[in-house]
Design a protein around this ligand. Structure first.
Ligand SMILES: [Zn+2]
Length: 71
């Protein structure tokens, strides 16, 4: 079964019996992400979590006493 990645337009051949293929055929998900893009997004999400926390922490607590400092 050929599926096209929603981000990079790469076409991949996935196993019809795979979980992903079944979800696509049931239209529970409307777009497919190839492994590369999936990994890239997972990485970005993790990084955004880290930087997001850091940003919140450094900007909002600037003029407060840093009492909740960990370690
Ligand atoms: Zn892709």
């Amino acid at each position: 079964m050929n599926v096209q990645c929603a981000i990079c337009d790469q076409i991949e051949d996935i196993d019809v019996n795979s979980f992903q293929a079944k979800r696509l055929m049931n239209r529970r998900i409307s777009s497919y992400l190839c492994n590369n893009c999936h990994d890239r997004i997972a990485e970005k999400t993790n990084k955004r979590h880290e930087t997001g926390n850091f940003h919140l922490y450094s900007s909002k607590n600037k003029d407060k006493k840093q009492s909740k400092r960990q370690k």
